[in-house]
Design a protein around this ligand. Structure first.
Ligand SMILES: Cc1ncc(COP(=O)(O)O)c(C=O)c1O
Length: 327
């Protein structure tokens, strides 16, 4: 299948592969504190923050697991968004309110729906799967006394401009992933930024040597000069490739409910489910948005891909829409 469903780069760049391979020779040893410190320092420098405010993770998803273990009682999760936080929080016994927005999914429109006693609020920026990039001021407006705000910035490296990762605040946790941009989903590597007392709380029950040495090496490489240049080039490519994808999708008759800002595009069509199945028959995988609270079977998500692959998709879409009809 040609993959328009998963928002992960096809594979890691050579300098990250070299870093991971370089760590293999040292696998007999437990992960070293100075390698951990080097990765935290490099990631901290990326965001203008000291290493004490960086916590290394086995993927951003692990950050949600640690947040779920904080013992907060009442969480609000702004949806539609990544489904893991709600599952992990509920599994940990936290009462979760899903605060459901509708297109164009502005935070200001749901601000007053957040329960006043929510001591934990989770929001994605840019949000998966809507591809909305919220203004940083709207994100920070979700803070309140006694509340911890968790901002999932898993895709923020490819949608720069509104990140709050460079702001040190006692009540904000920012989760970041290297999985998507660097094609490292299988390695499980990510990090979070938070004030040292919050990091202490998050890691209270964490095991020793939580992050393996290949992950430490990968994180350091992603945060280094080659990693920064790689992200910059990837972000520029996403802007151009996304514009082309959007043009082809709308030309085919699909509706874009919002201007996308992330490396994926949400579309709406009355017969989206049929379109997805018909595309799959032609060898193209696209993501149904049916399981996201607040969306439904009329929504599909397309990953941004290179123009030549989009041309192939576009031709397939043409015949699919002839087959299923327009809305
Ligand atoms: C919005 C969002 N946040 C976090 C994650 C988890 O990322 P990681 O692979 O770093 O655990 C994902 C993965 O799909 C995601 O879509």
């Amino acid at each position: 299948m040609v993959d328009f469903a998963v928002n992960v780069a096809p594979g890691p760049p050579d300098f990250v592969v070299d870093a991971v391979v370089g760590a293999i020779g040292g696998l007999a040893a437990y992960p070293r504190a100075d390698d951990e410190e080097a990765a935290r320092t490099a990631l901290g420098q990326l965001h203008g923050r000291p290493p004490e405010e960086v916590l290394l993770l086995n993927g951003a998803a692990e950050g949600f697991e640690l947040v779920a273990g904080l013992g907060r009682r009442r969480a609000a999760v702004v949806v539609p968004s990544f489904t893991e936080p709600v599952s992990l929080l509920r599994r940990a016994g936290v009462t979760v309110t899903e605060v459901v927005g509708s297109a164009p999914w502005r935070l200001a429109d749901v601000h007053d729906d957040i329960p006043h006693d929510a001591d934990l609020v989770v929001v994605g920026n840019p949000t998966n799967p809507t591809s909305v990039l919220h203004p940083a001021t709207d994100v920070l407006d979700l803070r309140a006394d006694g509340r911890l705000l968790v901002v999932d910035e898993a895709f923020a490296d490819l949608a720069p401009g509104e990140s709050v990762a460079d702001q040190s605040r006692d009540d904000v946790v920012v989760l970041r992933s290297v999985t998507k941009t660097f094609g490292l989903a299988g390695l499980r590597a990510g990090y979070l930024l938070a004030a040292p007392p919050v990091i202490a709380e998050l890691t209270r029950s964490r095991r020793s040597w939580p992050v393996g040495s290949p992950v430490l090496a990968a994180l350091r490489a992603c945060a280094g000069p080659l990693g920064r240049a790689y992200v910059e080039a990837a972000a520029a490519r996403v802007v151009a490739d996304r514009a082309y994808l959007c043009q082809r999708l709308t030309a085919a008759g699909l509706h874009l409910p919002v201007e996308p800002a992330a490396p994926f595009v949400l579309v709406r069509h009355a017969r989206a489910s049929q379109i997805r199945v018909a595309l799959a028959r032609r060898g193209f995988a696209v993501r149904s948005a049916e399981n996201f609270t607040g969306l439904g079977p009329e929504y599909l998500r397309f990953a941004v891909r290179a123009p030549d692959v989009v041309d192939d998709l576009s031709r397939a879409l043409e015949s699919v829409l002839e087959e299923v009809g327009s809305d």
